[in-house]
Design a protein. Sequence first.
Length: 250
Amino acid sequence: MTSGYSARDELPQTIGALRDEIVARTTPGQSPILLEAVARQYATTAELSQILQEVLEDPGGLCEDISHRSYVHPLGFDKYVLLSGLPQFQARLHVWWAGQARTIEHVHNHRFDLASAVVQGQLEFEVFRRAQSGMTMVRLEESLQSRTLDWEFRQAGKLTIERALTASLTRGSSYSLTADTMHRVTVDKGIFTATLFIETRALRPTTTVLVAPCDEPPRRLDRTTLSVAECKWRLQRVIERLSAEGAVRG
């Protein structure tokens, strides 16, 4: 069973179609590869702009609902939870603004399988695997504080890894990952980048985060959601930026 606004039958047309496509492909045991095609289909300037316009114009409080789940991530990107059908799925928009301060992402996995596609911009994508020799990292177990959903970390030994894949992903590129896949994404500070990200049912309560021995490991990171007004302002900026990028490419 889904929960939240995404369970409503009267979602606007395009975001409702996205919800239906995701629901059809997130039954237990299905490969995240099936969701990759969905992410790619809706991760276009036209489709995403239409979804965001529907959010801003919806009279039923859709933008207000989204604002309560969305925030500026400590790593320096905007995270908008467009659809929340937990525990079955979430669909998010991730936005990195050119010039916005950001922190280098640690190697990590997720609690869930996922699929993602690049709408605009570019990101560097790395996949890592366990190894007998290579980079020995401090292993942290990340969990969500039950009341505030802040991130909490505890040390859990060490793990040796090696890089298995490096790729540059641009507009129209997509990927899918199982929950155990160790990876890292890096976005150039000077490039506006937006991705559509779909997560599936959580398979465990924690995420593994790997930190270099010389780095100070995080203990706790706070999460502050957006106000409705700020969410509307930011989403309007995204639409304008997508339109500008589309005009340049056109």
